[in-house]
Design a protein around this ligand. Structure first.
Ligand code: IPD
Ligand code: CA
Ligand code: CA
Length: 258
């Protein structure tokens, strides 16, 4: 597998997202959930090129939908993570691509279209930002942490639990942030800009590359509850720079759960 070639492919999506977007090219998928023609174009471009390069590998993309992973290798793509940011010209959106080898995620790349930053990770091969090794911050207590919250915007029914938790995290930590792109949330934890990130009901394409990136950067990724993190289209995830910090955040989550 030529990961450099795959990274170069992902970088080519910049020209697609740079083209101006009009109102007619924005479509409603659900409450607060949008898709633009650019999301579809990025997905079609990457899917087609990957198929030409690696016809034996399957493909799952946000705009075609979820299926359970099995024993066959699959690319997992979120063509534009942070579509609301993209529509608002917020300059914080990324393309996130991961490779599942039939057992686990073995490669992930996250490309921030506007800063040009490329984060990538290879299973047991480390995590990198623009080709240079990165590491989580090492902050291992909530008191000293900068915590990024994901608001689960398409699940307003989670707002009460979420915001009770966020309020307590805000009080106990240094401060909180809201990025609007799950992929970039993971990337920021991986390179130490944030110390923790948590969000409920993530889809696999939001987090497949990001989970590997944080783990390969020396961080820890777990669910809200005890037990293994199972790939699905409904994942409650915590990504942190250290185990004590994870336990402290999980305690806050438990306390505020109805
Ligand atoms: C969303 C973004 C957002 C997160 C949502 C995701 P999308 O992805 O990552 O930050 O809060 O949970 O679904 O819809 O922009 O690809
Ligand atoms: Ca997403
Ligand atoms: Ca998306």
């Amino acid at each position: 597998m030529d990961y450099i070639k795959v990274i170069e492919l992902v970088k080519q999506t910049k020209q697609i997202v740079e083209a101006p977007i009009s109102e007619e090219q924005i479509h409603v998928k659900g409450r607060a959930d949008f898709v633009t023609d650019r999301d579809i174009q990025v997905q079609e471009f990457i899917q087609q090129r990957l198929h030409e390069m690696y016809p034996e590998i399957g493909f799952m993309g946000e705009e075609t939908g979820y299926f359970p992973l099995g024993e066959k290798p699959v690319w997992i793509l979120d063509p534009i993570d942070g579509t609301t940011n993209f529509i608002k010209d917020y300059k914080q959106s990324a393309c996130s691509l991961a490779l599942y080898d039939g057992k686990e995620i073995v490669f992930g790349v996250i490309y921030q279209f506007f800063s040009g930053e490329i984060f990538h990770a290879v299973k047991q091969g480390g995590a990198f930002l623009n080709g240079k090794p990165i590491h989580v911050s090492g902050v291992n207590c909530l008191h000293d942490a900068l915590v990024s919250i994901g608001t689960s915007p398409y699940h307003k029914e989670l707002a009460e639990d979420n915001f009770r938790t966020f309020q307590e995290l805000f009080k106990q930590s240094n401060d909180i942030r809201r990025m609007g792109s799950a992929a970039m949330d993971f990337a920021y934890v991986a390179c130490g800009r944030h110390d923790a990130y948590l969000e409920k009901h993530l889809k696999i394409w939001d987090c497949a590359a990001g989970i590997l990136l944080v783990k390969e950067a020396g961080g820890l990724v777990c669910g809200y509850e005890d037990g293994d993190l199972i790939p699905s289209d409904h994942m409650d995830i915590l990504a942190v720079s250290g185990p004590t910090l994870a336990e402290e955040i999980r305690n806050v989550i438990r306390k505020n759960k109805t």
